[in-house]
Design a protein around this ligand. Structure first.
Ligand code: SF4
Ligand code: SF4
Length: 398
């Protein structure tokens, strides 16, 4: 029996037990309210001590490209849009800026994430991660959005406690808040999330946590525990990567987005989620979740089945990075692979792959590959596949 198989079996057992726990959660209603939204009734929750009340489904902008879809989401009652300084080199923020032009400023909540350069192996900041550079990026984001201030400014892509507490960035965010450039400050993490969330709580600085959280995470019990601690301390918690790397778009592998969303929202400590719907039909499905969070029997069955499969979601455990002879940033490459084949967003994947500064020859010179992925990914095959995006002219990619 291979190690991978043992891992997967244990994972399956833990996941089943955890989902059982979720099925019996009872007190969700105490932390939420139901509001009429046209002919529908949507569930709202409060974002910690910020006091912001939002529907439990918001819009993740990572793969957004259609301004009419964003307009439709806002018209339907979505309040919160989640973007980032780096998405499509600022064009994502510009798209939002175009859509919100003319809308009352208090009718929407904008969160954007500002990154700083870090070492892809240690996840610690490099010398270029300065207060000034952070503030410069923030100003560029405000310009793209056409706004004087954000609702939530995030310290983006944090994977270590040291980074969460990194003084130059904390100072920059403090200054941004003092200068009225943001109402609230937050932190985003999609690797080593429990450590980062605990650091955010300890800092007594952050007001919002944006974290990966989904039914395929092997360490979701630890994430759930950290989220509970954050909520107790008054931080608002927003969940991302809730679909676990799968989308609607592969007809051969139909997925159940409602089940994945409900699984996250069964946790009463999560205020809202930011799924990235790409079509009007997908939007309709995601919004309908807000009318009833109860998992149906077929949704439970779907989650149990999917939880035992490796799928496309890299756990970010980092085991492979210690083993790789050339120290490639494998989790980032697996994320790019997921963007390509899960989200069907090769442009986004290409941007990530190019940003990694990879060697020209990749996974071609090792006699044999010692990398054993903890969930059984064929790492070199996926790397060679996704690295081809470097050679595709940008204008050929949708
Ligand atoms: S084949 Fe690729 S993943 Fe494997 S050790 Fe070599 S460079 Fe690393
Ligand atoms: S590729 Fe596999 S071993 Fe590497 S971080 Fe992802 S899940 Fe862990």
């Amino acid at each position: 029996m291979s190690d991978n198989l043992i891992d997967r079996r244990n994972f399956m057992k833990a996941t089943m037990a955890g989902m059982g726990g979720f099925f019996f959660l009872a007190a969700v209603e105490n932390k939420q309210e139901v509001r009429a939204q046209g002919s529908k009734k949507w569930i709202y929750r409060t974002l910690g001590k910020t006091g912001i009340k939002v529907p439990v489904v918001s819009m993740g902008m990572v793969s957004a490209g259609n301004p009419n879809l964003v307009r439709a989401a806002l018209d339907a009652g979505i309040i919160h849009l989640d973007t980032a300084h780096g998405y499509q080199r600022g064009q994502n923020e510009e798209l939002i800026g175009e859509v919100i032009k003319g809308r009352p400023r208090d009718s929407y909540i904008i969160g954007t994430k500002v990154w700083s350069p870090y070492n892809r192996m240690t996840f610690l900041y490099t010398e270029e991660a300065t207060e000034e550079a952070f503030l410069k990026r923030l100003d560029a984001s405000l310009k793209h959005l056409g706004l004087d201030y954000l609702d939530i400014l995030y310290h983006h892509q944090v994977a270590r406690r040291e980074s969460a507490l990194f003084e130059p960035i904390l100072k920059a965010m403090e200054k941004a808040k003092k200068d009225g450039k943001t109402r609230f400050v937050g932190i985003s993490t999609h690797r080593n999330e429990p450590e980062v969330i605990r650091a955010a709580v300890d800092s007594k600085f952050y007001e919002v946590v944006l974290t990966s959280y989904n039914f395929k995470q092997r360490h979701y019990l630890e994430v759930r525990e950290a989220i509970a601690k954050a909520a107790q301390a008054g931080l608002g918690v927003i969940a991302m990567k809730v679909m676990a790397g799968v989308t609607f778009q592969d007809p051969l592998k139909p997925i159940n987005p409602s089940a994945a969303l409900k699984w996250v929202l069964k946790d009463p400590n999560v205020t809202t989620t930011v799924p990235g719907f790409n079509t009007f039909e997908e939007m309709k499905i995601d919004l309908a979740v807000m009318e009833d969070l109860a998992l149906t029997d077929s949704e439970k069955e779907y989650l149990q089945k999917q939880a035992s499969l490796p799928g496309l979601y890299c756990q970010g455990c980092g085991q492979c990075m210690k083993q790789c002879i050339t120290k490639l940033p494998i989790p980032d490459l697996m994320r790019a692979y997921m963007y390509t084949y899960g989200y069907r967003k090769p442009a986004f994947a290409q941007e990530l792959v190019v940003s990694l500064g990879l060697p020209r020859r990749i996974c071609e010179d090792c006699d044999s590959c010692p990398v054993k992925c903890s969930i059984g990914f064929d790492v070199p095959r996926k790397i060679r596949d996704v690295a081809r995006l470097r050679d595709v002219p940008t204008e050929f990619i949708a």
